[in-house]
Ligand binder design. Structure first.
Ligand SMILES: [Zn+2]
Length: 234
């Protein structure tokens, strides 16, 4: 059984690495292609924020320049790497983040759910996953782990499974939806070549997210099972 799980994890890891390489090729290509408009202008146009509307909308959404592209559902911030960038990659990333904002704004209940899952997933990423990674290095396989250690790990694994389920039923469809909103805009405003490239890029980025979630979703419970097995061998 352990062998099957290990083979499964290594297969997922292999696929995740291949997708990661393909994603990087798309990013590289996307940075080489340029259009005349800046990504900031494209995003504004997609969100159809006219100057007058922008004032009213400003309370709802903020734009900042940051190292990474992201949408923060709690603070309602859309972060862009460089407002003035005209690369296709910058357009794809900006429009996708705008898609997240659009999608989250579709209805109040959905918005609340996205905010809730963001908090859970953030705690999972900052505390739970590092905990399991650290104990993998720290654990003494010669000795039986303490009951406290097993109890803490059990509480964390339950939280982890809950967060992973949220990631699959909310995070994943939201990633798809955000790109879909961006693609609708790209289909109407860019040429066929850009649209084709955008579809392939978004598909790759989606798979990247999926395999990343799947890799952690399988590996962390596996680490827990090893700890639990050592505990039960006593
Ligand atoms: Zn996204």
């Amino acid at each position: 059984m352990t062998k099957i799980i290990l083979i499964g994890i290594i297969t997922i890891l292999g696929l995740a690495i291949i997708i990661e390489i393909i994603a990087r090729i798309y990013i590289y290509q996307g940075k080489k292609m340029n259009v005349s408009a800046t990504c900031y202008d494209a995003l504004m146009q997609m969100l159809s924020l006219k100057r007058s509307e922008l004032e009213a909308e400003k309370e709802k959404v903020q734009f900042i320049e940051a190292k990474k592209y992201y949408y923060h559902p709690l603070q309602k911030i859309i972060a862009l790497n460089d407002y003035a960038s005209t690369t296709i990659y910058a357009h794809l990333a900006s429009l996708h983040e705008g898609g997240h904002y659009r999608s989250a704004s579709e209805n109040k209940q959905k918005e609340k759910m996205i905010q809730f899952s963001t908090i859970i997933i953030a705690f999972n990423r900052l505390i739970v996953i590092p905990y399991f990674i650290i104990i993998t290095y720290m654990i003494d396989f010669e000795n039986v782990p303490s009951t406290l250690f097993i109890n803490v790990s059990t509480a964390f694994i339950i939280f982890f499974i809950f967060a992973t389920i949220l990631r699959f039923i909310f995070g994943l469809p939201e990633e798809y939806r955000a790109s879909q909103i961006a693609l609708e805009y790209i289909g109407e405003n860019y040429d066929q070549k850009v649209l084709k490239f955008s579809k392939s890029s978004y598909r790759t980025f989606f798979l990247q997210y999926f395999f990343h979630a799947l890799l952690f979703g399988v590996s962390i419970p596996f680490i827990y099972c090893i700890i639990f097995l050592i505990g039960s061998l006593s």
